[in-house]
Every structure is written in C-alpha cells, then in structure tokens.
Design a protein around this ligand. Structure first.
Ligand code: ADE
Ligand code: ZN
Length: 358
C-alpha cells in the first residue's frame, strides 16, 4: 500500500470534536446487536444464564475485551447468543441498542441479528420478532431514528442453517427486515459458491444482500462476494487494498465498503487505525460507509470511529460529513422510500460538512 497523506493536525479535538461528530447526522449500517449490548445488560443476562461470558464481561468492565484474531472473536461471540432468548430480552436489547445509537446522532440503523443461533438455544422466530417489533414501534414513537433489521448467518455452519436464515429473512420482510448477510469466520469458509442460491432468493424477495468479506481473507474474497453473490455492500472489505484492479473496480461501482476501523485494529486485520487503508481507498474513489461492527466488544462507538479516522488516520472532517450524507443512499430500502425519509437529513449532513470546511 502506498502511504496516504500525512495527517493534518486537528483543528478541534477532545470533547468539542466528539460533540461536533455527535451532531453529524449519520447512519449505522454495520452493527451486530449482540456486539452492542450495554455492559451492565451483558453482566445481568450472563448471570441469569449462568454463562461463562459473565467472567469475561466482569473483567471487561475494568480492562475491556481483548481478542487474538477473528476466529477467537467468533468463538467468544457464540457465547453471547444464549444470553438473549425471550421476547422481552429481544425487546430490551433492541431498545437499548437503538437508544444508544440515537444518542450518538444516528438517524438510520440496520441492526444485525443471527436468528438461527438464538433458535438453536431455545428462542423462537415469532418470539424474537415480537420483541424486535415491539422495540421498533417504541423507537418510531420516541426516537429520531429509523430502525431496520438485517438477518445474518454464520458461514461455518451447515448450508441448511444458511437456508433457514434466508427463510427467516424472507418471512420477516414485513416485520422490519431489509437485508441478508453472511458473517462469521471468513478464513474457515470464504467465498462459498453454494451461498449464491441464498442470495438469489433474498434478492428476489426484495432484500438487500450483504457479506462480510476481505476482513480475515484477502481481496479474492471481496471479488467473489461481488461475482458469486452479487452483494450490495461489503462488510469491511479492508483487504481489497491488496489488489489494485479490485480497488479500481470498486471505485467505478456503487458497492460501498462498510469500514469499521477499531474492529479491524482489534482483530489484527490492520496494525493500527493510523495505518488503515481507508485513506488510500478514499483517495482512489472507493465508496465507504463508516460503521462500528461490535462497539461494546471493541470499546468503541460510531462517533469514536469518526473521531479516530480524523485524529489518527487524518481523514478531514468535511470528508467524514460527505461520507455520512452519502451513506443514507446506501440504506437497504427502496429508492423512493430512501429519498422520502432521508433527503432532508442528508442535506443536514452536507451542511455540517460545508461548515467543517469554513
Ligand atoms: N460477527 C460479529 N462481528 C463480526 C465480524 N467482525 N466478522 C465476522 N463476523 C462477525
Ligand atoms: Zn460484522
């Protein structure tokens, strides 16, 4: 990778910067609900379940979480599924995640769930969505946030699990689900051609198609997600930088990378946020949306992701404002609905960006 431009010294930092970034109208397009549990909720639910997660959650209160790499992280994440099982649990978690996002200035969020991992531990799809939709109804009444769901599936489990997840995504399309995603350990199972049928089915049902790719595996995984699965957005895509032709292809197209800098640093995908290829990807014209992935587990939030990109990677504030404005166009919603819901808020983000230049 060629070095990006040297970071300019920030004109504003600390609480003032954080407050300014909080006021930027933003989306959160890559966030796993269980990676965004409030620490106190994690402890309470883990204690109730008698889960081994409890010890880690209590330790994390003092030290934060630490993971060796993506497989280690995925192994820990699996332990979280058993914490959230009843309709009331889903409602509580969804509401708390939404409340936290709204407090960060997020105006549109697509929150990811892995329903097959909950049903394998005693939850039911109906119970799960009863809770999720009760939360969403409250959000609509009480918060300046539009909230939708993404159904993902763990790529390492048998294909039947992916098929079941796809069926759940299609069946819940009138209950807030807007997209279908493949997550989990990309190094164990990369660009699997058999998943193409799942994405075809999701697309035919009007769902957006998303994939974690180019996180633990290389650029070939990103290219395959485009070619085999026809995805609309790439989760991470960080390692696309290793292939200049792929970067040029992404720059010519409309498929954005959902860039989650702190997650990439925490899982060793990049050595540091300062060295994240996002600067070079932006310079070469690749569409990017900034997201936080699993904020509780990585000790971040979406405002902090913007702050770190500015302070550590040197991305100018007006660029961050323009990315936020453009991100509303990447929502997995019909174009007319996107326009109706977000034309004003995207204009607000553009105005924020222009003010950042002044
Ligand atoms: N599930 C939750 N976070 C993930 C990540 N960063 N990569 C793959 N699967 C995940
Ligand atoms: Zn993710």
């Amino acid at each position: 990778m060629r070095p990006g431009p040297a970071p300019r010294p920030p004109a504003v930092a600390g609480d003032a910067l954080r407050e300014r970034l909080r006021r930027l109208p933003k989306t959160e397009l890559h966030l796993h609900a269980l990676g965004a549990l409030r620490p106190a909720t994690t402890v309470e639910l883990a204690r109730r379940a008698g889960s081994p997660v409890l010890a880690a959650a209590e330790r994390a209160a003092a030290e934060g979480y630490a993971f060796d790499d993506l497989p280690h992280f995925v192994e820990f994440f699996i332990g979280l599924f058993g914490l959230v099982t009843t309709p009331a649990d889903f409602e509580r978690v969804a509401w708390e995640v939404a409340e936290d996002l709204a407090a960060l200035g997020v105006r549109y969020a697509e929150v990811r769930w892995t329903p097959t991992s909950h049903t394998a531990r005693g939850a039911t799809v109906d119970g799960m969505w009863a809770g999720l939709e009760a939360a969403r109804a409250q959000v609509e009444r009480r918060l300046p946030l539009t909230l939708r769901w993404v159904v993902d599936f763990p790529r390492s489990l048998p294909l039947a699990v992916g098929e079941a997840a796809c069926g759940i995504a299609v069946a819940t399309r009138d209950r807030g689900t807007v997209a279908f995603d493949v997550a989990g350990d990309e190094r164990a199972v990369g660009a699997e051609p058999r998943f193409a049928a799942l994405f075809r089915r999701a697309r035919a049902a009007g769902l957006g198609c998303l994939a974690h790719a180019g996180e633990a595996a290389g650029p070939e995984s990103v290219a395959a997600a485009l070619d085999l699965w026809g995805v609309d957005r790439i989760g991470h895509g960080t390692r696309a930088i290793e292939d200049a032709a792929l970067v040029a292809r992404l720059a010519r197209g409309t498929v954005p990378l959902e860039v989650c800098p702190t997650s990439n640093e925490a899982l060793g995908v990049v050595p540091s946020v300062a060295a994240h290829p996002v600067v070079e990807l932006l310079r070469r014209g690749v569409p990017v949306v900034v997201s936080s992935d699993d904020p509780t587990l990585f000790g971040t939030d979406v405002v902090r992701e913007h702050e770190r990109l500015h302070l550590e990677a040197g991305v100018p504030l007006d660029t961050l404002g323009r990315l936020a404005a453009a991100s509303f166009l990447q929502a997995s919603l019909p174009a007319a609905e996107r326009h109706e819901r977000f034309a004003d808020v995207a204009r607000e983000a553009v105005a924020w960006s222009e003010a950042a230049c002044a």
